[in-house]
Design a protein around this ligand. Sequence first.
Ligand SMILES: [Zn+2]
Length: 441
Amino acid sequence: MKFFARTGLIGLSIVLTLVCSTAAMAADWVNVVSSKTGYELIKKSGSGSEKYAQFGEVMIILAGTALNDEIIKGDPLTSLPLRPGETLYLVTTKDPAVFNMTFPGTRTVYREMGFIVLIAGETAGMNLLSKQSDFTKVELLPANKVILTAPVSTGSTRIKTEDATARFIELLDMKAFLQDLTDLVNFKTRYSYVAPAQKSIEHCEKIFADMGYTTRLQPFKIGSTETHNVIAEIKGTDEKKFGQVLVVGHLDSTSQSPRNDAPGADDNGSGSAGVIALARLLKESGLKPAATVKFVLFMGEEQGLYGSKAYVKELSAEERPTIKAVLNLDMIAFDAVAPLSVMIETSAFNRPMVERMQKLALNYADFTIQTSFNAWGSDHAPFLQQKIPAVLTIESEFATNPHYHKTTDLVENTNQDLCLQILRLNAATLYDFAINPENSN
Ligand SMILES: [Zn+2]
């Protein structure tokens, strides 16, 4: 339902004219208020005609005259008139360059954490829609939806230390993680088209093989260049019942001079070393997973999610529903402003999995967490498009990382504390879905 479309507005105006026949007819207003205030206002109004979208602690409300008088009195953060012919657009991007762009002919309502809400007329709207890519989604602002949940600080709860999940997580080897990350950066570049990238692929396959995993390289093409995904597998003791769990991240990197200098420490050495760390953790624990677990490193992400698309394409119709959870780690190492913060992202259909992860975050990690239901722009997207449950974990501050896609994306600019906390959440999820799925609720 896209209530913000022009036709919806005409309908809304008619309703409001009838209801508030004594009030002076005015244009609709776009307001940004605190989410708490927003929900109270909507409840109080009771007309059901206002449209809203929640982004964490703030809410965008499109309101006609009556409610708007209330909002204006309450001193909104932003209040802009919606003129005839104008519509609200939502841009969801994982590309900081797009995030920081100015869009001619539009007015900005909101811009945070990779989300931009804009008012645009028809021409500017067409221009916006043309910005859509594998990393940027452009749509009419969906109505009456939580796009991004309010932040929850998990550190305020007591982290469990005594149960089986906690004992499993404690085995995470962050020294080995840092060494793997450093080794990946030392390839100088993992840009999909160049020889060092192929070396890094072979390097990672060897790491998995040395741990005892069954490995294979999955070939695919980016244009005329052949490259490979790295796949490491351990069979579950009851795959029939518990299916498979995938832990994935993209190994490739890019920069302003990608052929010879694209260190990609945060993007996505951190996620790749994280996938390796979880594989090591599983082996070190000595536990036999009930579900089959696959650790997958994708190439060609930066050119347009080529690796994950190739992976999903190769899945048979029978295999797809056996995948119970995909954990995508992409950029887990940047955090400039305290407290440590993370966004987990999925699609609305996958609410059960994300709710399990939210619960695990409260019990086993220490950060501020927000959930986005507007998935786009990384390797979880091709899975979600096929209705395969997938969740991305990503640093909340990715859109403001000054080293993104730069030759300065180096290990020294990573935050190892954030890596640890995000890996703790993913380790707990791996335990919950693959090792002890029977007892999960
Ligand atoms: Zn990335």
